[in-house]
Design a protein around this ligand. Structure first.
Ligand code: URA
Length: 210
């Protein structure tokens, strides 16, 4: 069973609370999400492998550490996932980006892919899939499945701002190999698939579409 890592750093928790408030403006919601993404990226990359390299300082030669392997891939589930990218790129500026667009089929209610664009050599890369809200978990499960089917990456992690217990359960059942990183696990979903107490529609709040 995959692990759920709740990022309890005081700065993360404080900023999350400010974002939850219904009167947070689009401007401050977006700025806080950017700051949170940077802090969360720091936690989610904590176990990245290192390798030794020989370098010259101004004074002498030394063996020092650099990140091992090919550049990380950040996978944004459109559209709200894009809200995570700039903040994460502050700490992993060389990361490659993959976008996945999923719509819900009105008859089956299952996610259907309408866009998928990934970097080369995915099989040699570690991947972090990002979407602010892990609600039912259906989109996250489908996105991870597409990645596994199309590229069989080295490793996959999932990062969100808020998770519902239902989404965590669905994700763990479908992809027990994918660890989940979140700032909080909230109480439950409502009848419309919104997380309670939550923060509302993340996409609308990031892009000011409501
Ligand atoms: N998506 C959102 O943006 N918010 C929720 O609460 C659930 C899914």
């Amino acid at each position: 069973m995959s692990n759920v890592h709740v990022i309890t750093h005081p700065l993360v928790q404080h900023k999350l609370t400010l974002m939850r408030k219904k009167d947070a403006s689009t401007n401050s919601f977006r700025r806080l999400l950017g700051e949170l993404s940077t802090l969360m990226a720091y936690e989610v990359t904590r176990d990245m492998p290192l390798q030794d390299v020989t370098i010259e300082t101004p004074l002498e030669t030394m063996t020092a550490k650099v990140i091992d392997g090919k550049k990380l891939v950040l996978v944004s589930i459109l559209r709200a996932g894009n809200g995570f990218l700039d903040g994460m790129l502050n700490v992993v500026p060389g990361a490659r980006i993959c976008h996945i667009g999923l719509d819900r089929d009105p008859h089956t209610l299952q996610p259907v892919e309408y866009y998928f664009k990934m970097p080369s050599e995915m099989a040699e890369r570690d991947i972090i899939v990002v979407d602010p809200m892990l609600a039912t978990g259906n989109s996250a499960v489908a996105a991870v499945q597409q990645l596994k089917d199309k590229s069989a990456p080295k490793s996959i992690k999932f990062m969100c701002l808020l998770a519902a217990p239902e989404g965590v359960k669905t994700m763990q059942a479908a992809h027990p190999d994918v660890d989940i990183y979140t700032a909080a696990v909230d109480r439950q979903l409502n009848d419309h698939g919104y997380i309670l107490p939550g923060l509302g529609d993340a996409g609308d709040r990031i892009f000011g579409t409501k």
